[in-house]
Design a protein around this ligand. Structure first.
Ligand code: AMP
Length: 509
């Protein structure tokens, strides 16, 4: 059964139950708007008819650049229902980025919030294939006047593309990953089995919905299970803590920056009682062992760190029942095949050896939109998707990451895995966070460079070096350390290493 069939089944069998309650995200909940499964079904049908009336057809990319809210959720599901391709975009993207996404995807239709659409005249001119920008009230479910006759019935083949998401693009231009109806279904079924989603779960949702994490792993997982979601428009530590305490949530998902800000905002005197929470996950970026412990001490709950990417959904997760190991990303989800290979001929490596993580299975995306070359380069000859992440499998089957292969530092001919050095630096009490990069260097080829933020007063460089020497082989010791106030981050809060290299490598030359 494809995910849409499951959605419609849930809508019919639990018509009265709250599917999503939309809230502002701040203490003041006067804006709360509860949408039942029955309302959701009616709104998706109405929106599909509206999109059809606007000319959206099977296979067409439907671009939506909307603040988080009812309209965006509805347009996404309605585009899938029509057999069109949902393409949610970050409402905070710049005009040139927006033009790039629209041109690259050759979308004919862009739906934007009425507060922004008015200023988009130039986008319409520059994105040549774009025929229309349609303004809607993103905070409303009633923004769509159904076309006469409703949306045409449509039987969707599993291989048809449901969703196109632009990846953050750590190298070169962002590329759009095409995810089919079968991919989304497989991803959701795997998560349901691994995290034991239940109908009586309540998810507190604070993530953006233009990314696979917030849209699929969080929101659609809850809908797939027939559970309820409380969707906050934005993350605000005090508002989120308040909602976690008061709304009986059982599931919460975040990125490390969110968990760190929540732990910092929690009252110091006694631990916060979140005893109804049965699942708190962390992903999209590395959670340090220190943060794992800080969060566990503060909330009495050990977060479940998991690993995934836009092209594959979640592949690995620490177990719900069983040991959650700080610094490790856990075990493969049911149905996910994984291997760790060396640089020569994709030869599988023994447990404990570091190589590229590759994956195979129904969760692996179709390819990059309109880019056969990049798609071919992303797969091995024997059909495995090359994640570009380095890591190892321990003897007991748990995986550990060592950083992106593009971020590997080769210093004096030796491989330095940034994550290994970062783990040591992060364990120093005066270091809040570290990011290790390689900067071109005449003597070493690349010099290990640590960019750091301090918890309070930065420690003396000599002391930090001595700390590293006690814990790392000499070739891994940073040749240079720079303290900064803030890291450059992408929309998911992930530290941008290309931006760090651009800023700090220039200084080394
Ligand atoms: P995206 O496609 O934007 O979701 O980014 C996927 C990338 O995020 C992966 O290829 C990893 O490099 C990184 N990532 C995801 N989860 C984790 C994690 N738990 N720890 C470290 N990196 C992660």
């Amino acid at each position: 059964m494809l995910f849409l069939d499951r959605l419609f089944e849930n809508c019919r069998s639990s018509a009265e139950k709250t599917a999503v309650e939309f809230r502002s995200g701040l203490h003041d909940d006067r804006s709360a708007k509860a949408v039942s499964y029955g309302d959701l079904l009616a709104a998706v049908e109405r929106t599909a008819a509206w999109l059809h009336g606007l000319g959206a057809r099977r296979g067409d990319r439907v671009a939506a650049c909307l603040p988080k809210g009812p309209a965006g959720v509805c347009i996404h599901l309605a585009a899938c229902r029509l057999g069109a391709v949902s393409m949610p975009l970050n409402p905070g993207c710049s005009e040139p980025e927006l033009v790039y996404f629209l041109r690259d995807s050759s979308a004919k239709l862009l739906i934007a919030d009425d507060t922004q659409a008015r200023g988009m005249g130039r986008v319409l001119q520059q994105a040549k294939t774009l025929q229309r920008i349609v303004a809607v009230d993103s905070s409303s479910l009633d923004a769509f006047a159904a076309g006469a006759g409703g949306a045409p019935a449509c039987s969707i083949a599993p291989d048809e593309t449901a969703l196109m998401l632009y990846t953050s693009g750590t190298t070169g231009r962002p590329k759009a990953a095409e995810l089919s109806h079968a991919n989304l279904t497989a991803m959701l079924n795997m998560l349901e089995a691994a995290w034991e989603w239940r109908e009586d779960d309540i998810l507190l949702h604070v993530l953006p919905v233009f990314h696979v994490h917030g849209l699929l792993v969080a929101l659609q997982s809850a809908i797939h299970a027939g559970a309820s979601t409380i969707m906050l428009q934005r993350f605000d530590p005090a508002g989120t803590l308040d909602a976690l305490r008061r709304s009986g949530c059982t599931v919460f998902m975040g990125v490390p920056t969110i968990h760190s800000r929540l732990a910092a905002a929690a009252p110091r005197s006694n631990a916060v009682d979140l005893s109804r929470l049965r699942l708190v996950t962390s992903g999209s970026a590395r959670m340090s062992e220190e943060l794992f412990r800080q969060f566990s001490d503060c909330f009495g709950y050990e977060p479940v760190e998991r690993y995934g990417m836009t092209e594959t959904g979640i592949m690995l997760s620490n177990p719900l029942r069983g040991q959650r190991r700080p610094g490790w990303v856990g075990l493969p989800l049911p149905g996910v095949e994984l291997r760790v290979v060396g640089p020569a001929n994709n030869a599988p490596l023994a447990d404990g050896e570091v190589g590229e993580i590759q994956t195979r299975g129904p969760h692996v995306f179709k390819g990059y939109w309109n880019d056969a070359q990049k798609t071919a380069a992303a797969f091995s000859e024997d059909g495995w998707f090359k994640t570009g992440d380095l890591g190892l499998r321990g003897a007991d089957g748990y995986f550990q990451l060592r950083g992106r292969s593009a971020d590997l530092v080769i210093s004096g001919g030796m491989n330095v895995y940034p994550l290994e050095v970062e783990r040591v630096l992060d364990s120093h009490p005066a270091i809040a966070q570290s990011a290790v990069i390689g900067c071109p260097d005449a003597e070493w080829g690349e010099a290990v460079t640590a960019v750091l933020t301090a918890t309070d007063e930065p420690p003396r460089e000599e002391e930090l070096l001595a700390y590293c020497r006690r814990r790392l082989a000499s070739y891994k010791i940073p040749k240079r350390m720079v303290f900064v106030q803030e890291f450059p981050r992408n929309a998911m809060g992930k530290v941008s290493k290309p931006a760090l290299r651009q800023e700090h490598c220039r200084e080394c030359r």
